[in-house]
Design a protein around this ligand. Structure first.
Ligand SMILES: NC(=O)c1ccc[n+]([C@@H]2O[C@H](COP(=O)([O-])OP(=O)(O)OC[C@H]3O[C@@H](n4cnc5c(N)ncnc54)[C@H](O)[C@@H]3O)[C@@H](O)[C@H]2O)c1
Length: 326
């Protein structure tokens, strides 16, 4: 298939690109390298510009006859979205609309979108969300992503166009063969930061809030291995092409770990007792977010292979060691 993959130099996009590349699709990666790295693009042809450059975007769509778009490009730091909402609505919502508009104009019928568990916020008692749980984002990042889901829904109803929106929970770890991993500069992801502490890149890390209504007082998240998430994208492509149906699906394992549990796991797996500092809550954080994970298994036949916290942590750690040795 002829594929456009936006954000393919980034963390998740590069792992999906790695899986799609192994299947010998014809792939164009659109990435402006704002947070991605060129070395992470293991397959396909790279075009380096921003989605907001509408003339170049239109040229790209008119020159290539895409069958499907995987849309990963976006801005992803929740606290930054609280202080700079315009940037988030612009890069996540407005730029997504540009991509959707190009799909309509050039007859691209399939799109797979990186959505997020952040759209659920705190409104589900117990924090275990299925796809019908109340949508109530706590921050502009979550709003910017949900607005894109709404646009996709409207456009799919009006045009010969289908989408799968994958609502990722907390993505972590590195490719199981360590071909790629998370190289995002200044990443704010818990497991990545803890591994940076374990390898000496960071002196210490902060823990935001210990007064949540959870067993140990810290936030709980459903951590999913990036290669399992990448497999879900490949299955989503099959689904779109064969079923010609639109759907939003949670991507998580259905179990959660607290911040303390994750930090303990990184200390145990690495054997390094690094320093953590307890600070107050961070704006925009939900207390507990866990996926109800039945629908994606039923609909796509998704079967996770790397769903142990220690596997997630050890691959993240090994990747951090590779980065440190460069
Ligand atoms: N990492 C997570 O845990 C997580 C969770 C839920 C959802 N998501 C979503 O997954 C997607 C990918 O996240 P990631 O962790 O790989 O982030 P990332 O920052 O590593 O990757 C984003 C990529 O998009 C590129 N990009 C950004 N804006 C662009 C633009 N305007 N034009 C062209 N390229 C642009 C960046 O250079 C980068 O390579 C995002 O849409 C994010 O919202 C991520």
């Amino acid at each position: 298939m002829k594929i456009l993959l936006t954000g393919g130099a980034g963390y998740i996009g590069s792992h999906v690109l790695n899986k799609l590349g192994e299947q010998e699709h014809d792939i164009v990666v659109l990435d402006n390298l704002s947070t991605g790295r060129k070395e992470s693009i293991l397959y396909g042809k790279h075009v380096n510009f921003s989605i907001e450059e509408s003339k170049r975007l239109k040229e790209l769509f008119s020159n290539e006859n895409f069958d499907v778009v995987f849309h990963f490009a976006g801005s992803i730091v929740v606290p930054e979205s609280v202080t700079n909402p315009v940037m988030y609505y612009s890069n996540n919502t407005v730029n997504s609309l540009s991509i959707i508009e190009m799909c309509v104009e050039f007859g691209v019928k399939n799109l797979i979108f990186s959505s997020t568990a952040a759209i659920y916020g705190d409104s589900t008692p117990g924090g275990v969300c299925d796809e019908n749980s109340i949508i109530s984002p706590l921050n502009p990042y979550g709003h910017s992503k949900y607005m894109t889901e709404l646009m996709l829904e409207s456009v799919s109803q009006a045009h010969d166009f289908n989408y799968v929106a994958l609502r990722y929970f907390n993505v972590a770890g590195a490719n199981i063969d360590l071909k790629i991993g998370q190289s995002t500069p200044n990443a704010t992801h818990l497991i990545k930061m803890a591994c940076e502490c374990a390898t000496g890149k960071r002196a210490s890390m902060q823990i935001f809030g210990n007064d949540y209504a959870t067993e140990d007082g810290t936030c709980i998240r459903d951590y999913i291995h990036v290669d399992d998430l990448a497999s879900a994208h490949v299955l989503a492509l099959d689904y779109l092409v064969n079923k010609k149906d639109s759907v939003s699906l949670n991507c998580g394992y259905g179990r959660g770990f607290s911040v303390f549990e994750v930090i303990d796991a990184v200390k145990r797996v690495s054997g390094v007792n690094f320093e953590t500092r307890q600070v107050g809550r961070r704006a925009g954080d939900a207390e507990k977010l866990i996926s109800k994970a039945d629908k994606i298994r039923e609909l796509l036949g998704w079967q996770p292979k790397h769903d142990e916290l220690d596997v997630i942590v050890s691959t993240a750690l090994e990747w951090e060691k590779i980065l440190a040795s460069k």
